[in-house]
Design a protein around this ligand. Structure first.
Ligand code: B1M
Length: 222
């Protein structure tokens, strides 16, 4: 059983989706996260263990390598694809309530900003660390964030901005969220954002990278 979980983690870390996938080249012809996850469940490994001791371990490892610039966006995207393919086998267990997620995370790129590559990476890593993600997309105004908070009480909220001009939207949205729902915990990030700006606008947490964000979220829900 342990061996299967290690294999799942390894496949996610190296982005090996399934048997047919040619990536990574040195794993060509080998099974991937898809087959190992299916087999683990068939052999009676609990879906919760598949998630926490397999998939999340693999995503955590690639997240650390990405933070340390040992891998780059394409590798992380392959890991995320391996993870989401494996997650298809777990979905029925999430839907039935047999597997609990750590919490909910609402994310969006703020109003006026169309950059979504970084936001999508954050979204995948947060999902990969065991949270349900509600992705509102790009160019998201305060009202849409607030609607989502009302639909998902207790959810954490993340905002991404890539333009110095849309940092102003981030401030406006954070203010509106805190007014409508003072207990909501907000996270900010994106290339022009830093911790000083986070303090200035009254958001709760800043992380320069997805891995740091998942570490904070995991601590908050431990
Ligand atoms: Co734009 N763009 N862009 N662009 N673009 C930048 C950001 C820019 C720095 C380029 C430059 O001039 N050197 C510049 C911003 C300057 C500034 O304001 N300081 C810029 C500009 C000016 C513009 C336009 C205004 C250009 C124009 O039309 N004149 C325009 C704006 C459109 C709009 O948004 N309204 C524009 C448009 C575009 C494209 C549509 C062409 C495209 C976006 C495609 C897309 O996202 N689907 C694009 C791109 C690709 C870039 C660059 C080249 C790359 C951005 C990117 O995806 N990086 C960028 C220059 C650069 O960075 N080299 C640039 C990779 C990504 C993984 O990193 O998004 O930083 P990043 O995310 C990181 C972290 O920041 C962090 O985690 C991620 C992974 O480490 N992170 C978070 C992100 N969000 C987080 C949230 C968190 C925590 C961490 O918590 C919630």
């Amino acid at each position: 059983m342990e061996q299967l979980l290690d294999k799942i983690a390894y496949c996610v870390e190296y982005g090996k989706i399934n048997l047919a996938s040619p990536y990574p080249p040195d794993m060509r012809g080998q099974e991937g996260a898809d087959e190992y996850t299916k087999r683990a469940l068939e052999q009676g490994v609990s879906p919760s263990d598949v998630l926490t001791k397999g998939l999340i371990v693999g995503m955590g490892k690639i997240g650390v390598k990405f933070r340390e610039n040992k891998v780059f966006v394409p590798q992380v995207l392959m890991s995320a694809r391996a993870m989401s393919t494996a997650m298809n086998h777990l979905k029925p267990y999430f839907n039935s309530g047999a597997v609990k997620r750590k919490g909910k995370f609402i994310i969006g790129t703020v109003k006026g900003d169309l950059h979504d590559i970084g936001k999508n990476l954050v979204s995948m890593m947060v999902e990969g660390s065991g949270f349900e993600v509600i992705d509102l997309g790009v160019d998201v105004p305060a009202e849409k964030f607030i609607e989502a908070i009302q639909a998902h009480p207790g959810a954490y909220v993340g905002m991404s901005a890539l333009l110095t001009t849309t940092m102003a939207s981030m401030e406006e949205i954070n203010k509106a969220i805190k007014q409508a729902s003072p207990q909501t915990t907000t996270f900010v990030g994106g290339a022009p954002v830093n911790d000083e700006f986070r303090k200035q606008i009254g958001a709760d947490y800043y992380s320069p990278d997805p891995q740091g964000l998942t570490e904070i979220l995991t601590k908050l829900t431990a």
